[in-house]
Each structure stands twice: as C-alpha cells, then as structure tokens.
Write a new protein. Structure first.
Length: 155
C-alpha cells in the first residue's frame, strides 16, 4: 500500500538519468516534491503520463512543487528515454538495490518486479501530503495531481 498522508517519507539517494545523485532531503529544502513512480521506461502508458506531466509543468510550478519520476530501469535506459521524449523533469533510477525506494514508499509491485503506478507528494516537512495510485494498465488522471498539489500550502 502506498504511503498515506501524514506518514514520514523515507529519505533516499538515487541517480538521475544523467548519473547525478539526487537526495530527497536536499530537494525538500527547495519545496515539496511529487514522486511519480512508473513501471517501465518506453512503455506506452508511462510515456504518455510523463509527456502529460511535462506539458502541464505549470501546475507544479504554481505551488513550487518539484516533479521527479522514479522507475526501476537503469540510468542509461532513462537517459535515452528522457532525451527521446524531451521530458522536463528528472527521472531517477531505482535499479539497485532493485526497487528499494519504491518498496519503502509502498509503490513496488513485487509480483511484477517493477514500480507500481503510484504518486507520493512529500511536503517540505518530509511528510506525505498526498498519495494516489492506479492500476498497471491505467494512467493516473491529471485531476488527481491537481487535487494533491492544491492541498499543499502556498509557498
């Protein structure tokens, strides 16, 4: 089950698509963070979700929310995917230990061995402000992001 509102978000350090280390607690110094877990790079639904989020980056910027994608794919796969699709936000590799961050956030589908389609919005205080998920074959609606982001205090 995805971390519920009020739960402490686990701090972590993962490499982004360019191999640079990203630490959640460092990101939180600049404002809330939306962790967007997807199963696989290059898959149809994951690509369409990230493209939609990139196209609506203003939704997150209005509340100073940093958008971060996370998947169990390798850094090299994520770099190729991000460059091909032109995503406007970092994508982190939860490749090894396999799915450790997704598991800690309650967003790992153990049966599939990949991240579930889950979103965890973490407030500056390191606590989950909102979370939601959808089935493996269903994209999360943009309205769910709007609702989660609008619940955050204004910066």
């Amino acid at each position: 089950m995805v971390l519920a509102a009020g739960a402490a978000a686990p701090d972590f350090a993962l490499s982004d698509q360019y191999g640079s280390e990203t630490v959640l607690s460092d990101l939180l110094q600049d404002g809330p963070v939306a962790l967007v877990f997807v199963p696989f790079a290059f898959s149809r639904i994951c690509t369409s979700e990230f493209a939609e989020l990139s196209a609506h980056a203003d939704l997150f910027a209005e509340r100073s929310v940093q958008l971060v994608g996370i998947t169990v794919d390798s850094v090299w796969t994520l770099r190729a995917w991000a460059e091909q699709e032109g995503f406007s936000f970092p994508i982190l590799s939860d490749f090894w230990p396999h799915g450790e961050v997704a598991r800690a956030c309650g967003a790992l589908d153990e049966r599939m061995g990949a991240a579930a389609r889950a979103t965890v919005v973490v407030g500056r205080d390191g606590r989950v402000a909102a979370s939601f998920s959808s089935g493996a074959g269903e994209a999360r609606p943009l309205a769910a992001y709007r609702e989660a982001v609008s619940a955050l205090p204004r910066a």
